[in-house]
Write a protein that binds this ligand. Sequence first.
Ligand code: SAM
Ligand code: SF4
Length: 336
Amino acid sequence: MSSHLQPSNLIDRFDRRIDYLRLSVTDRCDFRCVYCMAEDMTFLPRSQILSLEQLYDVAAAFVALGVSKIRLTGGEPLVRNNLMTLVERLGQLNGLKQLHLTTNGARLDKYAAALKAAGVTGVNISLDSLDESKFRQLTRTGDLSKVLRGIDAAIDAGFSRIKLNAVILRGRNDDEALALVEFARHKGIDISFIEEMPLGIIDEHSRALSFCSSDELRELIDFRYPLSASGESTGGPSTYYRMVDSPSRVGFISPHSHNFCHLCNRVRVTVEGRLLLCLGNEHSADLKATLDEFPGDSERLQQVIRSAMSLKPERHHFELNDNEPQIVRFMNMTGG
Ligand code: SAM
Ligand code: SF4
């Protein structure tokens, strides 16, 4: 990786410069979080997913077009076989400034040091509860103690940025928001609270009834730890706050209550090779066809990516309507 930066050449119809790619490396996961998946999931057959080589080619094409930040996600990226061989190659990409990973943390104790050595600069770790049985209910299969070990391993590995992500559902874990902030402060890491998004049809809970707004959480946290807007931006949906007595930042990702589309600097590629121009819309371009037909032809792939920018919609239209989720694909398919 190099710190040399050229501005991204990817600009959409609304003059937004795209310099951030979220690349999904698998749709599979060892958890079944209630807001992300149905209990009984069918995953993609191997023939439909990009190979590690193709994932590398996608990343390299985006970096050649000026993308400087890539986040590996999924599904759970650390369940993908031989993921480290991809990460090691991405870590060598000239022009890539930040290589991040979003993970459920369950396998981080095994991989944190190797990820850091390969050039991963930051990790986001999902943590919705500090209570073992609630954690199990929310993730259906997760083991909290493993995730806590993973968080410590990430801290020991010395990533320049570690952030916890918590999805808060009313009546499930809204009473834990303060405890999660205290945990982040204690560990000296950041935390973001995410409003649940209507991706995929679930019947485990009502998304409308469980909705808990960022504003409400911010007020609650502010009462105990006064928050001041940090003014920092990652060019995305998070708004960050600082506390006077801690280096930890508190972020809020609020797709419902605050529309952040005008700042959008990112696109996603699913593990099927679908370039998604917006999290909350179906506008997409098929990269797999080009990757399959013209292996190694980066120029051609870059051209497909460049043309797809005109498809990026102005904004999403998430509504809290349980009967008709606008987006039927699940978050694990989307690359959260
Ligand atoms: N498995 C990894 C993890 O859990 O961090 C990476 C993929 S996961 C889809 C990425 C993020 O999306 C997680 O922080 C998760 O909590 C969040 N997420 C999943 N489904 C969501 C939904 N319906 N609304 C909001 N956030 C969601
Ligand atoms: Fe798996 Fe992450 Fe989805 Fe949870 S949020 S089911 S850990 S992909």
